[in-house]
Design a binder for this molecule. Structure first.
Ligand code: PLP
Length: 391
């Protein structure tokens, strides 16, 4: 028996486990201290009423013989795929049909699993800093990874890779930097992929947080993207499904490599390894696209964005260099002086009892930066900023 040795190439600690262990240690040593968490990207608002109503109704359906549902179709129920195709795409002028949509239990699974349909010898490009799942799942699969630096100088939007790469992961609005990409710049990536026979995995998990006009909500707003891009969505951050679990992947039929349809390949993989998101959760997902659902979800997003503005303004007043927080729930701040980002993490934890995320945990270029999230409770966010002021 041999293990998969590629796993040994992973860095020892997953970022959030390391944070959790430092917080746990501090709390055990200082049980009297109240910690405010603006670190992990989990939401804090309960599910909105129209979503709860749909969920409740579906739960009762499951308890009656006439309306009971067993296994869901593995691509997702049509009622949900139709709503997604209509609201997220047709209304935005993008041409995506329901049979190009694959409902899943969330974007993390899709981000991690999608690489299975690609050969091991492909070269993968990810940004630095990066949402760790893209990089780690490709390390597990033994692929070569190249990094596209995202720095203050390029506005945290990567340059096109200097060498030819086969698969590119892009995430906008970005976790962790909060940066967005213009349509013009995104078009350059699409053109690069067309020219180099590459595939772009576009993670749009934070699309709902775009507030400024002119920022693309989907990569399919770019010309030719149907031939080169897979797009991933989550219901976690817009509608608070982090515990409920729901997402979807779009694999257009025009995406054909070596004469093989990637839509068909992903359909095969999905059907083999996945038995469908729960009926009740898909009904809750459908409610996100109803008039009342959309209104309620937009209100929650707006409230989180008020926290983002609050954090941005408070940090700017304190003299920090601040990025993000305008079209994204993440604020990316420059750590003062020559301090390292884990050093700043420890300082905030120990002196202000505030938890954030050290930029270095997202990659080398994240060193010297720190991520705060707008997903906290408003009062907690205000109190956290007060504590930082008093540092
Ligand atoms: N993609 C990005 C960029 C994320 O930041 C996250 C969660 O933090 C996810 C995907 C995971 O989303 P889900 O909860 O749908 O698995």
């Amino acid at each position: 028996m041999k293990i998969n040795k590629d796993y040994l190439n992973l860095s020892e600690n997953y970022l959030f486990s390391e944070i959790a262990s430092r917080v746990k240690k501090y709390s055990a040593e200082h049980p009297d201290k109240e910690i405010i968490r603006l670190g992990i990207g989990d939401v804090t608002k309960p599910l909105a009423t129209p979503i709860m109503d749909a969920l409740e109704k579906a739960v009762f359906e499951m308890g009656k013989k006439e309306t009971f549902r067993g296994y869901a179709p593995d691509r997702g129920y049509e009622f949900l795929r139709n709503a997604i195709a209509d609201v997220d795409y047709r209304k935005r002028g993008c041409e995506i049909s329901p049979d190009e949509i694959f409902v899943s239990d969330g974007a993390k699974s899709d981000c991690g699993n999608i690489q299975e349909i690609f050969d091991k010898d492909n070269v993968v490009a990810v940004t630095d800093p990066v949402y760790p799942v893209y990089a780690d799942t490709n390390v597990m699969a033994g692929r070569k990874i190249v990094y596209m630096p995202c720095t203050k100088d390029n506005g945290f939007v990567p340059e096109l890779p200097a060498e030819k790469v086969d698969i590119l992961y892009l995430c906008f609005p970005n976790n962790p930097t909060g940066a967005v990409i213009t349509k013009e710049n995104l078009q350059k990536f699409v053109d690069y992929a067309r020219k180099n026979d590459s595939v772009i995995i576009y993670d749009a998990a934070y699309e709902a947080y775009i507030t400024e006009p002119g920022i693309p909500h989907s990569i399919y707003e770019c010309e030719g993207a149907r031939e080169v891009a897979i797009e991933l969505h989550s219901f976690s951050k817009n509608a608070g499904f982090t515990g409920l679990r729901l997402g979807y992947a779009v694999v257009p039929k025009a995406l054909v490599k070596e004469g093989v349809s990637l839509n068909a390949l992903w359909a095969r993989r999905h059907a083999t390894k996945y038995n469908g998101a729960p009926y009740i959760v898909q009904r809750a997902g459908e409610a996100v696209y109803s008039m009342e659902g959309m209104k309620a979800v937009q209100k929650q997003v707006q409230e989180y964005m008020e926290n983002a503005t609050l954090i941005r303004n408070a940090l700017t007043d304190m003299g920090y260099e601040v990025y993000g927080g305008v079209n994204a729930p993440y604020i990316w701040l420059k750590v003062p002086g020559e301090m390292g980002s884990w050093e700043f993490f420890d300082l905030l934890l120990n002196k202000a009892n505030v938890v954030g995320t050290p930029g270095e945990g997202f990659g080398k270029c994240g060193e010297g930066y720190f991520r705060l999230t707008a997903f906290g409770d408003k009062n907690d966010t205000i109190r956290a900023m007060q504590r930082l002021k008093e540092l």
